[in-house]
Design a protein around this ligand. Structure first.
Ligand code: FAD
Ligand code: FES
Length: 280
């Protein structure tokens, strides 16, 4: 029987600096012939020998079979070590794990994609997939916010997203530093919803970001008559096994690592602690 804890070596073939603390790593397996087969929104456990292991969303399109990408923000010890890696270095990969965005349900529907900060990472693969399979999905609106302009990730993708038919990108930042020309929104990402032209009756909303942001977004979507079942969020919890074995990630009876990280709003609503309680 195969040991599910064994990590597969993958080589870093490219590194792109997104912000001062965030980089996107392009990876290729060194031994496994088959590429990574995954659904956007799923994650891998990435390990560095001697430094530990952590969950990170897969940020590339699932249609790019030969490589996969992770976008990682430096916050602590493991991510600090990953931040020091160079092209040619090797990391361990276990995965893919978790539920992913409901791509099957999204076919032929309009998509409202809302993210804050590094929360855009698990949604980038879905956006790229919707561009590559433009006839398989309806209109796509991307609403993305960060603290300052220099904290926005994937800026080199924006022209590609904007030039695809029926895809609209809206940006906002909390704060515009003096002397910077900023032609987009200022304020919380919820403010961008007023620009939406999508009909909630034929749309799914996919949200990832800080829980406080997701709570306000859910509330605004419900006011706009999005059905609860058409709202999906990606939840983040500390993880160890990624396989529903250690219990580290549990919220009530649910394992975020296998039941999630993507949950429908009715699923989150049924959890204890009223996590995204959206009282109207
Ligand atoms: C499903 C999932 C997908 C993720 N995808 C990404 C991604 O695409 N890019 C990315 O940069 N990060 C992602 N993360 C978060 C990432 O796993 C953690 O930032 C990382 O494991 C921290 O490791 P560290 O040793 O550097 O930090 P530590 O030294 O362990 O901690 C540093 C700080 O980060 C906090 N922290 C650590 N892990 C988490 C966590 N899981 N949730 C909330 N706070 C945490 C700690 O409380 C502490 O304040 C994801 C997490 C989950 C659960
Ligand atoms: S991370 Fe171990 S049970 Fe989810």
């Amino acid at each position: 029987m195969k040991n599910p804890y064994i990590a597969h070596p993958a080589i870093i073939t490219n590194i792109r600096q997104e912000t001062a603390e965030t980089k996107t790593y392009t990876l290729e397996f060194t031994k496994q012939k088959r590429g990574l087969v995954f659904i956007p929104g799923q994650f891998n456990m990435i390990s560095l020998l001697g430094f530990g292991e952590g969950p990170f969303s897969i940020t590339s399109s699932p249609l790019r079979k030969e490589i996969f990408e992770h976008t990682i923000r430096l916050v602590g010890s493991l991510t600090g070590q990953i931040n020091r890696l160079n092209v040619g270095d090797i990391v361990g990969i276990r995965g893919p794990y978790g539920s992913g965005w409901p791509v099957g349900l999204a076919k032929n529907k309009d998509l409202l994609i809302i993210a804050g900060g590094v929360g855009l990472a698990p949604l980038r693969g879905l956006i790229d997939m919707a561009i590559e399979q433009r006839n398989g999905f309806g209109e796509v609106e991307i609403m993305y916010g960060s603290r300052k302009p220099e904290n926005l990730i994937f800026t080199s993708d924006y022209d590609n997203w904007r030039s695809a038919p029926n895809i609209r990108l809206f940006l906002t930042v909390d704060e515009v530093p003096k002397g910077i020309e900023w032609p987009y929104g200022q304020g919380v990402v919820t403010n961008l919803l007023k620009f939406s032209k999508i009909n909630p009756a034929n749309a799914l909303a996919f949200i990832c970001g800080p829980e406080i942001m997701m709570r306000f977004i859910v509330r605004s979507l419900l006011i706009r008559e999005f059905a609860e079942k058409n709202i999906f969020v990606s939840m983040e919890r500390r993880m160890e096994c990624g396989m529903a074995k250690c219990g580290r990630c549990m919220i009530g009876p649910k394992y975020v690592c296998t039941d999630g990280p993507v949950f429908s709003y009715p699923e989150v609503k049924a959890l204890p602690h009223n996590l995204l309680a959206a009282s109207l």
